[in-house]
Design a protein around this ligand. Structure first.
Ligand SMILES: [Fe+2]
Length: 386
């Protein structure tokens, strides 16, 4: 999505005759979002992408809500989530609303026996542990620790892990995920003050084209259900494509922090945006360099958003007793801030090694039953003086 990309063979002019060696035609498919107004790509298939053989079972995969109206700061111990073999089964929604489902996954096995498509939502997978390859009909993307994978809605993919110890923070976004508009010029190019640029993207490479007929199971997420459809040809049968709508990766380690003499506000950490939430990267950086600066964040009233922070690595300057994989939720409507001692304790410090991902939603998040199983239950009292 960020820049024009082209792989394999495409005809010189769109919507014109494109012949296979045997004289029959390749099958063109427009793959776009927001009707015909959003970003799109044109793909060329060996076979019609419409050949459904059978409709299989449909299962309700919507999250069970425990707290619909939440006004409690929470701490979820993310690594307490038990690993499961299957990628989709391991995905556990924790904090949800009509705009986004945020969850964690700890899959042990690669997803290679079936294909998957999310028809409702763009997906963001943040790789906390593990490495492997995202396979899609638009090419491969190798991923590793620290990578964000942005997968547009409707993309058919499989995921391959090199080992069994995998930890993923994911978001299903019911709105398209973009780079922040203020970092783009009116041609779409990232500007000089952007904390990253086009060179940092991991674009699809090595188009994998399979000319196979048979039975190919595809699990399609739509309206909270997982529908199983059986296709007559291998879904990865694209010989070429071009356009702007495709999956891509970006490493959090390539985010260049913006710092200042005094404390910079959270928008400097912004990495992605939608119309309903933002995703921010808190990366190792030099602290504020005013001689009287207080590096720890001030208390703030996030009246207009719920804040979810996922702790990846390093020390966390404003939090006590935080470990990797922890999630904190600070609901809108009540202020939050540094824990006792950390505000004063940050004075004079030169740098931080914290690594965290924040998702601020503009509408309140509901808490799922699965989240309550990871909830320490006492975090909301952690600002009290002992
Ligand atoms: Fe905050």
């Amino acid at each position: 999505m960020p820049i024009y990309h082209r792989m394999g063979n495409v005809p010189q002019k769109r919507h014109t005759i494109f012949e296979k060696p045997d004289g029959t035609l390749y099958n063109e498919q427009l793959f776009g979002t927001i009707g015909f107004d959003g970003m799109s790509s044109l793909m060329y298939h060996l076979h019609r992408p419409t050949m459904v053989r059978e409709i299989g079972k449909s299962i309700d995969a919507s999250p069970a809500i425990a707290v619909e109206k939440n006004m409690q700061a929470r701490l979820l111990k993310g690594f307490d989530l038990q690993p499961q073999d299957d990628f989709l089964e391991s995905r556990t929604a924790l904090l949800v609303n009509n705009d986004i489902h945020i969850g964690l996954a700890a899959p042990r096995k690669s997803m290679t026996s079936y294909f998957y498509k999310n028809a409702d939502a763009d997906e963001m997978l943040f790789i906390h542990q593990g490495r492997g390859t995202l396979h899609s009909l638009m090419g491969k993307i190798d991923f590793e620790y620290g990578d964000y994978l942005i997968i547009p809605r409707g993309m058919i993919y499989q995921i391959e892990f090199e080992a069994e110890e995998n930890r993923i923070l994911y978001a299903e976004s019911f709105h398209p995920i973009y780079t922040p508009k203020r970092y783009r010029n009116w041609f779409g190019q990232l500007l000089e003050h952007s904390p990253y640029c086009e060179r940092d993207y991991k674009l699809p490479s090595e188009l994998e084209t399979f000319d196979e007929k048979g039975e190919f199971v595809m699990k399609i997420r739509k309206q909270g259900y997982l529908h199983e459809l059986v296709y007559a040809t291998h879904p990865f049968d694209v010989v070429g494509w071009d356009g702007y709508n495709y999956p891509y990766g970006f490493s959090i380690h390539n985010f260049e922090p913006i710092t200042g003499r005094v404390h910079q506000p959270p928008p400097v950490h912004q990495t992605f945006e939608t119309s309903a939430f933002v995703i921010c990267s808190f990366c190792p950086r030099m602290y504020d360099y005013h001689p009287r600066a207080i590096p720890a964040p001030y208390n703030h009233s996030n009246i207009d958003s719920d804040e979810m922070l996922y702790y990846v690595d390093g020390d966390f300057m404003s939090r006590k007793h935080v470990e990797k994989g922890y999630i904190t939720l600070h609901p809108g409507g009540i202020p939050h801030g540094p824990h006792p001692g950390t505000y004063e304790g940050s004075i004079g410090k030169k740098e931080t090694h914290e690594l965290a991902v924040m998702i601020d939603t503009f509408r309140p998040l509901m808490v799922t039953e699965a989240a309550l199983k990871l909830d320490d239950g006492i975090y909301y009292q952690s600002w009290l003086e002992k």
